[in-house]
Design a protein around this ligand. Structure first.
Ligand SMILES: CSC[C@@H](O)[C@@H](O)C(=O)COP(=O)(O)O
Length: 355
């Protein structure tokens, strides 16, 4: 079996006055380039323009962004550092609206900011960095747990279809949907993946195909519109996707196109799995209809990658996410076990136990 390259999309460099280093995912697959974020604005921009993307990775990046904000002015009092940290958290919360992991991570950072008893600014900055590192490490552990929990569900599968990128690049490492695939592959199962290219920004073609190739997992990229056809041909044994936010009733929001896939999977009698950490659940929302859906810029559809593909002056519509209803989801694979999405009491019990 191959020895896969470990992909970590982000890392913290140096100590409390350090910086965030990211793989710039906008440059993949042709260039593997890192960028350094030394200001809160740079972290905000990196999240907004998808240099760092994927729900868990956005949360980790924002946590480190708060550390950068708190330390931005030197020789400051604890109160000043706290004010700056709060301002950084508020600002980073405006970067993208849908992935709840961003708000979950910022809330954890706010709890540290609001903690009493810091005599020295250094002690406060150290506590912030320790919390960001803990969030980062928790995501690593969570992803491996999702992989272990999900692999038995696809033990008999030969071909799995996935959408967008819910892999190592979207998390601290290993991924969510792709963690399930990696876990099966790493235990010796022969598995092939169909990766939807994922219009308009091609996270499937650019990122999922790249990281599966790095890991030695056979992958075929298809246009999003081909998913129905390959399902009808009997070439898909399971669909596995990630999620950006899951409501209390089990509705799961993920990259635009996920809803369509859940309908197609139902029609073709193919299991449809969502893989996500407990931090992706938002139990304050009763249903997926209440999840805020990010609307992104027109040029991503009309002129992505520098090539105009829609006539000037023609309207486009660019919601970045949609919602797969709970009744079309076979199971949600979490770090704390596999959940039946329509059993709300159990969803609440499992997820609340985790917090
Ligand atoms: C483990 S990541 C799960 C989701 O965040 C992922 O599937 C997704 O939709 C990412 O969208 P993106 O717009 O690229 O951030």
């Amino acid at each position: 079996m191959s020895n896969p390259v470990k992909i970590e999309p982000l890392s913290w460099q140096q100590e409390t006055t350090g910086f965030l280093r990211l793989i710039d995912q906008t440059r993949l697959p042709t260039e593997l380039v890192e960028i350094d974020c030394r200001s809160v604005e740079q972290v905000w921009t990196a999240i907004k323009r998808l240099s760092v993307r994927g729900a868990p990775a956005i949360g980790v990046a924002a946590a480190y962004g708060v550390c950068i904000g708190a330390a931005e002015t030197t020789r400051q009092s604890v109160d000043q550092a706290k004010q700056q940290a709060h301002a950084a958290a508020d600002y980073l919360a405006t970067s993208r609206p849908t992935a709840v992991n961003l708000f979950w991570a910022l809330d954890r950072m706010r709890q540290v900011i609001d903690r009493d008893g810091f005599d020295q600014t250094d002690a406060f900055l150290e506590a912030l960095l320790a919390e960001a590192r803990a969030i980062h490490q928790q995501d690593r552990d969570t992803c491996h747990a999702i992989g272990r929990n999900g692999a038995p569900l696809i033990a008999a599968a030969k071909n799995v279809l996935t959408h967008c990128n819910a892999g190592a690049l979207a998390t601290a490492e290993y991924g969510t949907a792709l963690a399930v695939i990696y876990s099966a592959h790493d235990s010796g199962q022969s598995l092939h993946v169909f990766a939807d290219e994922t219009r308009p920004l091609l996270q499937g073609a650019r990122l999922t195909a790249w990281e599966l190739q790095q890991h030695g997992v056979p992958v075929t990229v298809i246009c999003d519109s081909m998913a129905a056809c390959v399902m009808k041909e009997g070439r898909v044994d399971a669909v596995i996707v990630g999620a950006d936010r899951i409501a209390a009733n089990g509705d799961a929001c993920n990259k635009i196109g996920t809803y369509g896939l859940s309908v197609l999977a139902k029609h073709h009698n193919i299991p449809f799995y969502v893989a996500a950490p407990c931090s992706t659940f938002d139990l304050t929302l009763a249903s997926g209809d209440l999840i805020p859906i990010e609307q992104r810029a027109d040029y991503e559809i009309s002129e992505a990658f520098g090539k105009r593909t829609v006539p000037e002056g023609v309207d486009v519509y660019n919601p970045a996410f949609d919602v797969a209803p709970a009744e079309l989801i076979t199971a949600i694979i979490t770090d704390r076990g596999v959940i039946d999405p329509v059993d709300e009491a159990n969803v609440r019990r499992v997820v609340q136990d985790a917090s």
